[in-house]
Write a protein that binds this ligand. Structure first.
Ligand code: 8YV
Length: 315
């Protein structure tokens, strides 16, 4: 029997391409100049979609593939997949949870340390000769012992909290309810109140229509001129216009961001700021984790097409 035909939405590392091509008849959507024409031609033969977290699959793509059975997402976040369309059509969806949790938490904590201690500016101070010309680097703010808030205490938020405990930080969190595993952390149900009580606010929520702009003007104002916002989830969780206004006016102290509206083309207002740390959506971007994510994408597809249970189903 011939291999199932799948649509590959975006590129994967080279080590994933060979096993993917060996197990499936792969159609590389991202290589096509005229994507709608390509979809119209190839869509009817497609049984699976392999996509990435930030690329997802929208309704137009799903509807162009009338025999689609499964969408396998390389990423824990599946907010870019039209789940309503999938539900209507009985299409299965999988993601790659767990394997990336620790790396995403690591980057969030690293961003907090880097930004609070001014490490990027400090390197510039060495490289541009300021150290010898001007002397000591301006003093920055400490991290250990201060107060951190975690908005969304899921798998990633929990790993962030675990790491922060190592810095003797006081930890509070906000979620839809109290979490039984949140030992030694205070629950604060209102995100505005959470922001008011902390120095560092981590956003680790799974994005959905309900969480859109949950970090709005009120939360940002409550975090205040001494506060730092760290986002390792999705840009849609934050009102980006409100964030930019607050960073420009000093109403918010600083931000460390791995995700942006319209990424990779981010709002140019970010580039003019000196109180932000900007990262190119790479929180899960280690060789080890990306290899595990790629394998899980294929394992889910292979399980589906061989009639075995899905490893990490969303739908
Ligand atoms: C991306 C992510 O999928 O896990 C997620 O939700 O956003 C990331 O892991 C990654 O950038 C690969 O494209």
């Amino acid at each position: 029997m011939s291999n199932p035909e799948i649509l590959q939405v975006g590129p994967y590392p080279q080590w994933d391409e060979e096993p993917l091509n060996a197990a499936f008849a792969v159609h590389r959507y991202f290589d096509m100049a005229d994507k709608p024409a390509f979809l119209a031609k190839i869509g009817p033969s497609i049984r699976g979609i392999a996509t990435r977290g930030e690329l997802g699959a929208n309704r137009a793509m799903i509807e162009a593939c009338p025999h689609l059975e499964i969408i396998s997402v390389y990423g824990v976040g599946y907010d870019a997949v039209d789940l309503v369309a999938c539900q209507e059509k009985g299409i299965r969806v999988t993601n790659t949870p767990d394997v990336l949790t620790n790396d995403v938490a690591d980057l969030g904590v690293a961003m907090m340390l880097c930004q609070s201690r001014g490490m990027i500016g400090a390197e510039g101070w060495v490289k541009d000769g300021s150290w010898s010309a001007k002397g000591l680097y301006p003093l920055k703010r400490r991290v250990w012992g201060r107060r951190a808030g975690i908005l969304g205490l899921g798998r990633i938020g929990f790993e962030v909290a675990k790491r922060l405990k190592g810095f003797d930080m006081e930890i509070s969190y906000s979620d839809v309810g109290v979490k039984s595993y949140a030992e030694g952390m205070s629950f604060v149900s209102d995100p505005v109140e959470l922001a008011r009580d902390v120095d560092f606010l981590f956003v680790t929520l799974a994005a959905s229509a309900e969480t859109r702009h949950i970090v709005g003007r009120d939360v940002i104002a409550a975090l205040g001129p001494e506060g730092m916002l760290i986002n390792i989830s999705r840009a849609s969780n934050i009102d980006e216009e409100a964030l930019l206004d607050a960073l420009e006016s000093g109403a918010l102290g600083s931000a460390a961001l791995d995700v942006f509206e319209g990424e990779p083309k981010l709002n140019s207002r970010f580039l003019a700021l000196d109180n932000v740390l900007l990262q190119p959506h790479h929180a899960s971007g280690t060789i080890e984790t990306r290899k595990a994510m790629g394998k899980l994408v294929r394992d889910n597809l292979e399980a589906h097409f061989s009639g075995a249970p899905l490893l990490t189903p969303v739908l």
